[in-house]
Each structure stands twice: as C-alpha cells, then as structure tokens.
Design a protein around this ligand. Structure first.
Ligand code: 13P
Ligand code: SF4
Length: 329
C-alpha cells in the first residue's frame, strides 16, 4: 500500500503532511510532520499546490486560509473535540456576555484549535491566533496593549499562560461576574478531553517510583499538572526536549499516545506515558493508510473527496487572525 501511495503522490505532485499524533505508518510516509504551527507554515510555503493533510480539520483549514490557491484534501475530515466546543454562535454569545458585564475593550486570542468561522470572528475583532508553540510570544505582545484578553477555546492553556505571567484569570460562564470583572485573562470554557486525563496524582506516582524522573507535559494539561511539570511545550518542543535527554534519564510524558510511544525507541524502558489510561486522541486516530490510498485513487480518477472549501469572506477574516500571529512568531 505504501508504494502505491508514494507513486500516486509523485504522479500528482502532491505533498503529504502529518501531525505528530497520527499513526506511525502515516508519520513514516509523510513528506514532513510537525506541530500545528510548523504544519501551517511549511505546508503553506511548499511549492506543491496539492496538499494531502493527515490531522484534524482545523489544521487543514489553516493551510487553506493562508494559501487559498492550494487544494487541501484530508483523507478523513475529523474534527478536534476542543475545536468543536466553540462555534461562531457561541463566540457571539460569549462576546454578548462580556458586554453585558460592561467589558467591551478586550483582545480576543483564539488557539489554533478552532474552526475557520471562529478565527474569522476573532480576526474581524482585531484579535489573533496562537498555537502551543508560540502562545508565550503572542501573550507577551498582547500584554503590551494593556487590555483584557479573551482567550478561547482552551481554558487550560489560557489559565496556564495567565499563571506564567502572574495575571488574574476567570472562566466565562463558570466564575461569577465579580471574578470575571477582576480578571485580566478571561477564558472560554473549552478543553482537550485527551489532555484532561493527566493528573497531579500521576505525577506524584512517577516521582515516588522513579528517582529523578523528568515530567514533560503539553500546555493543554490542567494548570495543577502544568505547575508540577519539569518541561511544558508544544508537540515539537516536547520531542526536541525528550530526545535531547540521555537514554538513562527516565521521563514521563503527558501528551497523545502515538507521539509518546515513538519518542525514544532506544530508551523505551525509561520512557513512560504519564497516565494509567491510554491517552489516545480518537479523531487523530481516525485516519489510516487505506484512507490516504482511497483519496488518491479517487483523485486519480477525477473524483475529488474531502476537499477543504471555505467561503471567501470567512477565509479573509480568518487570514487576518492567522497572519497577525505569523508576523509575531
Ligand atoms: P501542537 O500544536 O503542540 O502540535 O498541538 C496540537 C494539539 O492538538 C495538541 O493536542
Ligand atoms: Fe484536539 Fe485534544 Fe485531539 Fe489535540 S489531542 S487534536 S486538542 S482532541
């Protein structure tokens, strides 16, 4: 199957990209893998105009937003469950709620794990996107404006950033009006169901049982987990950190299972998943090699499936939010 995929990619001059959470067989075949930021940048700047994107919907959309002339096809258009937690309607409702509290002067920042429609709303309001890799830079830039930040959809990433800069933080719809009025960072109440699995008790367990173990987590983990970790970073930052450790160093990693299980093939006995439950992202795991082959077969026969198509006014406003991010990072 791999050879057929390769030859169809070659025939159609197609670029195959994959997020690090994809299955091993796909990661091995991809022209390149990356975190959300790297994928958006590299797939956009690559010379090939046909992009086969293995990941979740918002990632393929980001390429289409930034490079509308490209054709972006996804073997499975699976949606990140966190991105589904906020629609453009819910965005409007949140803004209405903020306004009903008298909060009108704020800057919205949406995590890249959100739909094109939500990015468009944020772009139209003068806000921008961030990813786990550049969130600190974006925050530092926005803080210079001395305005409140409305951060969505990930309340954990928002709270983790607020903690890092010593800022007050509240969750809209969860905390009362007084707390929201007092907060410099106001978060939407979204989260990643996979990263919720990691707990402070998991960290205690590993620290008690493995001397000098390093605890590494993704910033979508809960604040009480992030506070106890030795290293916090995006998927590519996690890979860079963990693979730089000596093989004898034990490490427990709090992120998606596929990534962790292939991190240190030479040091498997010292590399642990920071959970007693397998933290598998169901939507990332929907794509298989057979889906890529089916998609390419159809394309070869003139039938185009699973193409990312965006209304131009949405794409344009979403591009404002993504381009503001790229200018800073
Ligand atoms: P990265 O941008 O760090 O790859 O994260 C994407 C993601 O969905 C993590 O759950
Ligand atoms: Fe979305 Fe969480 Fe899966 Fe990442 S791990 S794609 S945030 S559901």
């Amino acid at each position: 199957m791999e050879e057929e995929i390769k030859s169809l990619l070659q025939k159609h001059q197609a670029l195959l990209v994959a997020h690090f959470y994809q299955k091993d067989a796909i990661v091995n075949l991809a022209h390149f893998c990356g975190d959300s930021l790297e994928l958006a940048k590299k797939a956009t700047s690559d010379s090939r105009d046909l992009v086969i994107f293995c990941g979740v919907g918002f990632m393929g959309e980001s390429v289409k937003i930034l490079a509308p002339h490209k054709r972006v096809l996804m073997p499975k258009i699976s949606c990140c469950s966190m991105a589904r937690m906020v629609s453009s309607d819910y965005y409007d409702r949140s803004v209405d709620m903020l306004e009903s509290y008298g909060i009108t002067d704020f800057i919205p920042i949406t995590y890249i794990n959100s739909s094109a429609e939500v990015k468009a709303k944020v772009g139209a309001m003068g806000g921008m996107v961030c990813t786990s890799a550049n969130a600190k830079k974006i925050f530092e830039r926005i803080l210079q404006e001395n305005k409140k930040i409305f951060f969505l959809p990930d309340r954990c990433l928002g709270e983790n950033l607020a903690n890092m800069y010593g800022l007050s933080c509240g969750i809209l719809g969860v905390d009362n009006k007084e707390k929201i009025l007092d907060s410099q960072v106001i978060c939407y109440n979204g989260f990643c169901s996979v990263h919720q699995l990691f707990t402070p008790e998991d960290i205690d367990f590993f620290r008690e049982n493995y001397k000098d173990i390093k605890i590494v987590v993704h910033p979508e983990c809960k604040p009480e987990v992030v506070k106890k970790a030795d290293f916090v970073g995006s998927t590519s930052q996690i890979i860079a950190y963990v693979t730089s450790l000596p093989a004898s160093q034990s490490v427990a990693v709090g992120t998606e299972f596929n990534l962790v299980s292939r991190l240190r093939p030479h040091a498997k006995e010292n590399t642990f998943v920071l959970s007693s439950t397998i933290p598998e992202c169901p939507t990332m795991n929907e794509t298989g090699l057979n889906d890529i082959l089916k998609l390419l077969y159809s394309y070869d026969q003139g039938r185009v499936h699973n193409e990312i198509v965006l209304e131009e006014h949405i794409r344009k406003d979403a591009a404002l939010a993504l381009e503001r991010m790229l200018e800073i990072s």
